[in-house]
Write a protein that binds this ligand. Sequence first.
Ligand SMILES: C[S@@+](CC[C@H](N)C(=O)[O-])C[C@H]1O[C@@H](n2cnc3c(N)ncnc32)[C@H](O)[C@@H]1O
Length: 329
Amino acid sequence: MEHSSKGERKIDVTSLFKEADILTDHVDVVETKGMYPYKANIEENWVYYTAVAMKRLMVLLNRERRITKTIGIIGIGNGIEAIAMAKIFQGELKHIIMTDIDKDVLCGAVRNVSNSISDCTLKLTPLIGSLCKPIERTGCKVDFVYGNIPNLPTTGYDDISKGAERGTFISPSAYEASMPPEIFSRWALAAQFAYLQGAKRILALGGSVITELGGRLPISVIQELFKELGLGFQEIIVGFKVQTEAFIDFQGYQRFEKEYGTSFEFYLYKESKALLESKGISNPSSDVSGEEVKEWLKPFKVSAGEALNLYQKNIHVGHTVHVLRGNLK
Ligand SMILES: C[S@@+](CC[C@H](N)C(=O)[O-])C[C@H]1O[C@@H](n2cnc3c(N)ncnc32)[C@H](O)[C@@H]1O
């Protein structure tokens, strides 16, 4: 890994593609200061689960005889997911629209994607703005839109010039106008509500909205969210990862626990990992459901408040990872 004077670092991410079984030559990306940070351990990166999920999604779409020509990506970060999608959907994919709330992040992502894809006929459109709004403004329709968006509201004390914070917190102004019902706000799903609602306005006929979400809450609440928005609910993969940005996340979810009396669902990392390995489940997997995995992990469940205490004792806590597909009914 090479660091530059501007605080940028060049990272070799070839092994992530290999681990996700995506055929590729060498892939480097440059991470700028404000980008959501890449982690040395592959399974700690959301984008690893995204890459595996996209391969599974392609199988599902092929079965349904759907062609993917245009993809929208909300909150692109370093751009690795766009590189993965370009490789997976190569041949049919013509256009990727990438958005982020931050201009520098977006410019860096465009550089990374352009440097890593050989298909010069693939059009890349970068758009700055919140959630699906910038795509909606263009009038473009996408075959699917993908987002791994922050779920915790900014508190005013977090420094969102830093990548970890910018990847974790979202301004309430991004979702307030969508008026999420109280139940979803209580479970820190207000931004998800706004993302899924906005996505419906940019989907081509038969298109899908894909969301990647930490399973820190009951699956039934997520199903209710999709139902409320008139979206079919389909699981693409379920995985398990350690909570990254642990301190700010535990604190953020604990604030909700105190305010609304909810209890979020984290799991003791070592015990959960051992149990999933003993069951021979790959991480992530499309052979089991999120509900099944969460049921197995129930003996190791801890709240955000408990996770914060464990953090102070240096005991690691994780959460399930879900890549979900919503279809217009
Ligand atoms: C959790 S990071 C995910 C980055 C990358 N997609 C990944 O999975 O590794 C969230 C990204 O969303 C961006 N973001 C934050 N608020 C946003 C908003 N309101 N609209 C669009 N993007 C936003 C952040 O700058 C960050 O790049």
